[in-house]
Design a binder for this molecule. Structure first.
Ligand code: HEC
Length: 293
């Protein structure tokens, strides 16, 4: 019996080693020497960046921040030396075929897109020539109020100019509403010369039972800013309360008027579940007792 288990463990270890966990990733020489057909320019690097944000960032993290997921082996940062030991052909091959924790993208991304991802990675080559320069985020401050009568949000934005706040013009403001499951973007506006922007709230926004909506004002990722939450603006449509009692026939409302058969079947199911749990616990105790013999 024990021998059998040992054999199985040995087999698993052998197979996982064969899978290549932690081993060098070897790319056939003819694949490694292929040159990138996609031109290294701002447009392709930008496209590569959007693809990277959607498909790769969740594991590899942000360029240069070494904040990858702690997988084994760790997905290298796109700005790391380890990544740039690869030729462009090797990167393309690895993105195409995948290995271990790295998925293959042959079936989900086009050839062009895989090469654009290589363009994006090449932007971070140490001592290379970056075409996409990411400026550090600008510190900003937001003020806003809701004009319920005109169904408008009036926004004013400032930025930190060496310690004093100045009007922030041409900044993209993102307006969303707070929902139970994340926030829902309802529009974008740009600030004008004086740092102001106005947003008309769409008629279709649904509020709570009384028409209240929580509105969130934020700036895009180029700014470092605390989002503003405007609570309880009365600008939404009334949320309809679903009718559970239809045509005199009670489906389910409160415990008082629940139908007896429904209550019985519920209690029956709950009782059966508890019995099953008790039986499992009983079995565990028995196994423990035997194992001590
Ligand atoms: C599910 C997590 C995950 C996702 C998503 C992911 N990777 Fe990876 N990636 C890894 C892991 C883990 C490795 C290390 C694999 C190894 O060396 O065995 C890796 C390795 C790589 C390598 C080889 C690095 C080296 O050391 O030679 C490249 C290139 C790469 N990934 C690019 C990408 C690109 C581009 C995307 C998006 C299209 C992507 N990865 C998406 C997990 C991921």
């Amino acid at each position: 019996m024990n021998k059998k288990i040992n054999l199985i463990i040995a087999a698993i270890l052998f197979l996982s080693a064969h899978q290549g966990f932690g081993q060098e990733w070897i790319v056939p020489a003819d694949k490694a020497s292929i040159s990138n057909p996609s031109e290294y320019n701002l447009e392709n690097v930008k496209k590569g960046k959007s693809l990277y944000m959607l498909n790769c960032k969740s594991c590899h993290g942000d360029a240069g921040k070494n904040n990858a997921l702690p997988l084994v082996p760790i997905p290298p940062d796109v700005a790391s030396e380890k990544m740039h030991l690869n030729t462009e052909g090797q990167m393309y091959y690895k993105i195409t075929t995948g290995k271990g924790g790295m998925p293959q993208f042959e079936s989900t991304l086009s050839e062009d897109d895989r090469w654009r991802l290589v363009n994006y990675i090449m932007n971070y080559k140490p001592n290379g020539e970056p075409v996409l320069v990411e400026a550090p985020p600008i510190k900003a401050k937001l003020m806003a109020l809701v004009n319920e009568a005109e169904r408008k949000v009036e926004i004013f934005a400032e930025y930190d100019e060496n310690g004093t706040f100045a009007k922030l013009k041409d900044a993209p403001v993102i307006i969303s509403t707070k929902k139970y499951f994340g926030d829902l973007v309802i529009g974008n506006v740009l600030t004008d010369e004086s740092g102001k922007a106005e947003f008309s709230i769409p008629e279709t926004i649904i509020g709570d039972e009384e028409g209240y909506v929580n509105i969130i004002i934020a700036l895009d990722e180029n700014y470092e800013v605390d989002p503003l939450i405007l609570e309880k603006a009365k600008v939404g449509k009334l949320k309809e309360i679903p009718k559970l009692i239809k045509g005199g026939e009670i489906l389910w409302s409160t415990n008082e008027n629940i139908q007896p058969w429904l209550l019985l079947s519920y209690l029956g199911a709950a009782g059966a579940a508890w019995l099953a749990i008790a039986y499992v616990i009983f079995l565990i105790i028995r196994i423990k007792r035997y194992s001590k013999l």
